[in-house]
Write a protein that binds this ligand. Structure first.
Ligand code: ADP
Ligand code: MG
Length: 240
């Protein structure tokens, strides 16, 4: 179970309130996209969910349990950022296996099985022996996603994973991520972007953020046809 429930979540850095009264319910296996202008708090909200930032007020539950005091690993969360930090001197295989090997009790065969399964899902099997510098940007980002999959996360968080790619690779990798959602139907995915097209094509539901608050939550069609206010209408690009 990996449904998420946020209640009255506030986040401040010193006196600056970055998130204010966030209330959200995300279903098990849902693909939810956070959109909003630069600086509205998307990354902070993701980091709060991941446990990389403390919550100032409010509660976060995952699978029905309060997780405010749990580490990212204890929350069963994996995160992929826009800059994919692969180890340059290690093969793709070793990059993907590295974290697993650090876990006590993960045998060689079990690690191998997890790496190959993740490589199959992301279609990076042909590159397992290569070094990161021998891959394109899109292939590297798939390795970074594959590495996160090996951890078998209950919740998968993406922070603008495509923004460093050129236009063609962005489309290709976006399709890959949509396929990932189909192949991992039990994994809850939360995806941050400021790109409306990405949001509209990937999301089961979209959360529109503005100045640290939730403006509206809905399916892409609901937001497009029935925006609650002018901000949402402008941001989603609907004619209303
Ligand atoms: P987004 O991802 O939507 O562009 P962020 O969540 O990165 O927005 O940032 C939201 C606001 O919080 C910004 O005004 C940013 O400057 C501020 N902020 C983010 N992280 C910190 C931090 N560690 N310390 C102080 N301010 C921060
Ligand atoms: Mg951000």
């Amino acid at each position: 179970m990996a449904n998420l429930r946020l209640r009255g979540v506030d986040k401040a850095f010193g006196k600056v309130k970055v998130l204010q009264d966030i209330n959200l319910d995300i279903e098990d296996g849902e693909f939810v996209v956070f959109v909003g202008p630069s600086g509205c708090g998307k990354s902070t909200l993701l980091r709060v969910i991941a446990g990389l930032e403390d919550i100032t007020h409010g509660t976060l539950e995952i699978g029905g349990e309060a997780v405010n005091d749990r580490t990212p690993k204890e929350r069963g969360i994996a995160m992929v950022f826009q800059s994919y930090a692969l180890y340059p001197h290690m093969s793709v295989y070793d990059n993907m296996a590295f974290g697993l090997r650090l876990d006590k009790g993960a045998g060689r065969d079990a690690v191998d099985k997890r790496v190959r399964e993740a490589a199959r899902i992301l279609q990076i099997e042909p590159y397992l022996d290569r070094l990161p510098k021998e891959l394109s940007g899109g292939q590297r980002q798939r390795v970074a996603i594959g590495r996160a999959i090996t951890r078998d996360p209950a919740v998968f968080l993406f922070d603008e994973p495509l923004s460093n790619l050129d236009a063609a690779l962005r489309v290709q990798t976006r399709i890959e991520i949509a396929r990932l959602h189909e192949k991992m139907p039990d994994t809850t995915m939360i995806y941050v972007t400021h790109d409306q097209v990405e949001a509209m094509t990937l999301a089961d539901r979209i959360v529109v953020l503005n100045k640290g608050r939730v403006e509206q939550v809905g399916t892409p069609l609901e937001l497009y046809h029935r925006p609650d206010n002018l901000f949402v209408a402008k941001f989603i690009g609907s004619p209303a």
